[in-house]
Design a protein around this ligand. Structure first.
Ligand SMILES: NC(=O)c1ccc[n+]([C@@H]2O[C@H](COP(=O)([O-])OP(=O)(O)OC[C@H]3O[C@@H](n4cnc5c(N)ncnc54)[C@H](OP(=O)(O)O)[C@@H]3O)[C@@H](O)[C@H]2O)c1
Length: 328
């Protein structure tokens, strides 16, 4: 078995080792052996590796929060029905997924739709649950409502568009380039605005008199204010990432006079407060949408495990068009 292990906090090239464990692994009671088909990287892996993330695991640490694969063996009779099944990992910091095979607690995997493409499946746990949690937790969205988001061309942005469409909710996406705007339109976005000098006017124009019932922020920075201005009174801006590295700007008059709320979403907190059957139900639904071709994330490139330095550099390369996956 081969796996990528974090041995110290610091730059990936100096901190990660590809370790090999010879022989057949022991699969204990309550555990299963999974052959990994694909495991994505995420922009948040970089702060985790360099030690600047709220989660600071004990070292050495097996990397990889999520992924998909197939169960090869089970350690207890009660899990024999999982053998041969396609599974998705519940996001966790326990066994690592940047590996060719892992022994994992059976509670950390879920058997899902066999018709789902394993590469697409590998990306649903973190980004899919995040898109679901953002849309379900902060507004009682009704068909015909508008929501706004920045980074609309991101993987999560496109999941948000797909899930909103299913609910009859319309999306307005802010992006940074014409190429990104074309991606959003191709993904089914209802309105897209390229950030520029006239962002507020372009948003008002696109909404045609409607107001946003929810605004989702993945970037931080001054442009969040444009989404906040377009919110209905009492509605929320929810930040879940800060790709720009800057704090989100929300104008104080919007907070005071229009009761705009400013909230944050973290997948790990959502997983801690959500009953396990509901987590399973959400993941099964997302996997079914993958199988039906309704939930698709762009894949920029796949990498073998031994090219992890390049894969991680690529993960934060400006202008990339999709996700990076380890396909051991
Ligand atoms: N809070 C949570 O629980 C949670 C869960 C999952 C993921 N996340 C975070 O959510 C974010 C999106 O994830 P993803 O997988 O969808 O990422 P992704 O597909 O790699 O997309 C990254 C997005 O960030 C934009 N971006 C990059 N640098 C930027 C900058 N300096 N200013 C403004 N925008 C910038 C990109 O725009 P361009 O295409 O124009 O470069 C792109 O739209 C990541 O930061 C990830 O860590 C958070």
């Amino acid at each position: 078995m081969r796996r990528l292990v974090l041995t110290q906090f610091g730059p990936p090239a100096e901190s990660i080792e590809l370790r090999e464990q010879p022989g057949e692994p022991d699969v204990g009671p309550g555990e299963v052996l999974v052959e990994i088909a694909a495991a994505p990287t995420s922009p948040s892996d970089l702060p985790l590796i360099t030690g600047r993330y709220p989660v600071r695991p004990e070292l050495p640490f097996a990397l990889g929060l999520e992924g998909a694969g197939r169960v090869l063996a089970a350690g207890s009779a009660e899990h024999h029905d999982l053998v041969g099944r396609q599974v998705v990992f519940l996001p966790n910091y326990e066994q690592g997924t940047w590996a060719d095979k892992v022994v994992v607690s059976a509670a950390n995997v879920l058997a899902v739709n066999e018709a789902a493409d394993p590469l697409q499946l590998s990306m649903i746990a973190s980004n899919g649950i995040t898109a679901y949690g953002l849309l379900s937790g902060y507004a009682d969205l009704q068909p015909g409502d508008w929501i706004g988001q920045n980074a609309g061309n991101s993987a999560i942005g496109r999941y948000v568009i797909a899930l909103a469409r299913r609910a009859g909710v319309k999306t307005l996406s802010l992006v940074r380039s014409d190429a990104a705007a074309r991606q959003v339109t191709a993904a089914g976005g209802d309105a897209v605005v390229v950030i520029g000098e006239e962002t507020d006017a372009a948003i008002a124009d696109a909404l045609g008199g409607s107001r946003l019932a929810l605004a989702l922020d993945a970037t931080g920075g001054p442009d969040v204010d444009a989404l906040a201005h377009a919110l209905a009174a009492g509605a929320s801006v929810v930040s879940f990432a800060r790709a720009s590295g800057q704090a989100a700007t929300v104008s104080i008059p919007d907070l005071i006079f229009r009761d705009v709320r400013y909230r944050g979403f973290w997948l790990i907190s959502w997983l801690q407060r959500t009953p396990r059957p509901q987590v399973h139900a959400v993941l099964r639904e997302l996997a079914d949408l993958v199988a039906g071709g309704e939930l698709v994330a762009e894949i920029e490139r796949t990498y073998p495990l031994d090219r992890f330095r390049e894969a991680l550099e690529h993960t934060v390369r400006p202008g990339k068009q999709g996700k990076l996956l380890f396909t051991p």
